[in-house]
Design a protein around this ligand. Structure first.
Ligand code: NAP
Length: 255
């Protein structure tokens, strides 16, 4: 008996990185994964080959109509959704001096509105199935000192409050909602398009910034996501779990 046998799980942004690792972990526990991507079809195709019973859905989570269509296509091809992992996100770093309306809007539209739209469109399924939502926040959204992350951090602080509000708003339906706030995790977001030497320098820097002297891997986040997706976390709701190796430069006082 696997932990997620028979569950249908939508993971936004699961073609690569953290979402992909969660998809692999959940599938290894018997879940069928609705793989979502927006640009990288090859990566999504490769993952579908790997994960039995999975299906692919192209949708830009920042476009409400795309999300509506994705959920309706999931109903047609897979059935109703038991677990939503709101994971898709971008990390566009710019300071007040480089202020840019378009970049700001895109950050908020994908990182925050995308999670709101997807939660809204999955809500009826989750109420009916007494489902689970896991939102991907960030340590930058609960801490204050990483450089140039002001706007990304605000979008992720929104995700933290979205998590608490959804947990409250859905409490009568036995839907649990929690979030993970990762620290520096090695994925395309942080080390894609970098040379080996640049990656080594980044690893050295972020190791020195954690109490554990480690950098993060997508699998560490997937392990926590599995905990949140099962009865192992039955007494948790509306919480944001920070998984960052014990960052010493980005204070993450509980909120
Ligand atoms: P990543 O390696 O860049 O992967 C991003 C994923 O999101 C890809 O599957 C991408 O799809 C998808 N995506 C991007 N924009 C999308 C959109 N508009 N609609 C649908 N899908 C979209 O990123 P990651 O490191 O795995 O990050 C995953 C989540 O964790 C994000 O929310 C991020 O903010 C959060 N996080 C990451 C870190 C870190 O250090 N990596 C730390 C804290 C929080 P395509 O393949 O089609 O482009």
């Amino acid at each position: 008996m696997n932990k997620l046998d028979g569950k249908i799980v939508l993971i936004t942004g699961s073609s690569r990185g953290i979402g992909r690792a969660i998809a692999q972990k959940f599938a290894s526990e018997g879940a069928r994964i609705a793989i979502n991507y927006t640009k990288n079809k090859q990566a999504a195709d490769d993952l579908k080959q790997e994960l039995k019973g999975s299906e692919i859905f192209k949708a830009d989570v920042s476009i409400h109509d795309d999300v509506k269509k994705m959920v309706s296509d999931i109903h047609e091809r897979m059935g109703k959704i038991d677990i939503l992992v709101n994971n898709a996100g971008i990390f566009d770093l710019f300071s007040w001096n480089e202020f840019d309306d378009e970049r700001l809007k895109r950050t908020f539209d994908i990182n925050l509105m995308g999670q709101i739209y997807t939660a809204k469109e999955c809500m009826e399924d989750l109420k009916e199935r007494h489902g689970i939502i896991i939102n991907m926040a960030s340590n930058a959204g609960v801490g204050t000192s990483a450089n140039n992350t002001t706007f990304y951090s605000i979008s992720k602080a929104g995700v933290a409050m979205l998590t608490k509000r959804l947990a409250f708003d859905l409490m009568d339906f036995n839907v649990r909602v929690n979030a993970i706030a990762p620290g520096w995790i090695e994925s395309d977001m942080t080390i894609g398009n970098k040379t080996q030497n640049e990656i080594f320098q980044l690893q050295k820097l972020f190791k020195s910034r954690t109490e554990l002297g480690m950098t993060g891997k997508p699998e560490y986040i997937a392990d926590a996501a599995l905990f949140l997706a099962t009865d192992d976390s039955r007494y948790m709701n509306g919480q944001i779990i920070v998984i960052d190796g014990g960052r010493i430069d980005n204070l993450t006082h509980s909120i």
